[in-house]
Ligand binder design. Structure first.
Ligand code: 13P
Length: 349
């Protein structure tokens, strides 16, 4: 199957009432792990690359690895997504390369650190939406500011400093016409999200539910959704690592989000933890080994296990064969003739 539009993938997820994991990649082994998990669970999938990943792997290397995935797994719908684009130019470069979806994170200024004003966010996001939709490419925007830092991008903090205001979310969706909306409800990127076991009140799920009620047709996105499992932390620390005790987002909270309009769930840290733990174990137990395949293969398998588990928990498992890819050119026509409306349905308060 060719790469599919993320809009199509999320529209189908909304119909089926499930969420789709968006997994970050930097290299071949991570792409292979995701695809093996997608095949194992028969799942559609979103593969995403941050600016950091694109520069680490080199744009064309990374993009062609994804094309190889699409070629080798024709039965799996794959959307290729730019994670946290910091400017119109970053999003344009991804679209020019062939990404089928971009995130314009206008919640921060172009430095990727300083919170932007609402007006600045609307202006840059709308510019990306106009350019992207003409080409059939999906756009995710962000309103409110997430916590933490990922690949050098982020305002830091706990994620509770700039929680999304539901009224602003409605105005933002109306003014920009984004397909998907990332909201800040207390999640943050990275391993150090919470300093004690979350008790179900740490995330502002009431805010998420309020936004979904007002914007029932806008696909909501949960960033910072790694659960940071204790067993993965323990493996790293057992084999010489030095992670401090930490807690991530409980899967049940994500599932509550999915029941309330969350269609895209971003996960990176859990996969990093799984791979690093597997690599540490091999190097610790067999220090005489030096063939990278001896530790990359277990690392890939460890990541596959986490991804397959998340695909099942998010509900996307079993849905790969539900639909055929609509070409990006057809999607572009849909935006133009209004059949893929960019005006969100706004419900009364
Ligand atoms: P985690 O750090 O929780 O995996 O979040 C990743 C993410 O949101 C990527 O945009």
């Amino acid at each position: 199957m060719p790469l599919v539009s993320m809009r199509q993938l999320l529209d189908e997820a909304a119909k089926g009432g499930y969420g789709v994991g968006a997994f970050n990649v930097n290299d071949m082994e991570q792409i292979q792990a995701i695809m093996a998990a997608a095949k194992e669970t028969n799942s559609p999938v979103i593969i995403q690359a941050s600016r950091g990943a694109r520069s680490f792997a080199q744009d064309r290397f990374l993009f062609h690895l994804i094309l190889a995935a699409a070629e080798l797994y024709p039965e799996i719908p794959i959307a290729m997504h730019q994670d946290h684009g910091n400017s119109f130019e970053t999003c344009k470069s991804a679209i020019d390369l062939g990404y089928t979806s971009v995130m314009m994170d206008g919640s921060l200024k172009e430095d990727g650190k300083t919170p932007a004003s609402f007006e600045e966010n609307v202006a840059v996001t709308k510019r990306v939406v106009d350019f992207a939709h003409e080409r059939g490419v999906t756009v995710e925007g962000e309103i409110g500011v997430l916590g933490g830092v990922e690949d050098g991008h982020g305002a830091g903090g706990t994620g509770l400093e700039h929680v999304t205001d539901p009224d602003q979310a409605v105005e933002f969706a109306e003014k920009t016409g984004v397909d998907a909306l990332a909201i800040a409800i207390g999640t943050s990127h990275g391993a150090y999200k919470f300093t004690k076991k979350p008790d179900g009140s740490v995330l502002k799920m009431d805010v998420l539910i309020a936004i979904h009620k007002r914007l029932p047709n806008t696909h909501l996105v949960m960033h910072g959704s790694s659960s940071v499992p204790k067993d993965l932390q323990d493996i790293i620390n057992k084999y010489g690592g030095k992670l401090k005790e930490t807690w991530g987002v409980p899967v049940e909270e994500i599932q509550l989000g999915i029941r309330n309009g969350v269609r895209k769930v971003n996960v990176d840290t859990d996969n990093r933890l799984a791979m690093t733990g597997a690599i540490r174990k091999v190097l610790w137990e067999t220090p005489e080994k030096f063939d990278p395949r001896d530790y990359l293969k277990p690392a890939r398998e460890a990541m596959q296990k986490v991804v397959a588990q998340r695909m099942t928990q998010f509900g996307q498992a079993g849905h790969a064969g539900d639909y055929k890819a609509v070409s990006i050119a057809e999607i572009a026509k849909g935006y133009k003739n209004g059949s893929l409306s960019t005006r969100p349905l706004v419900a009364a308060k």
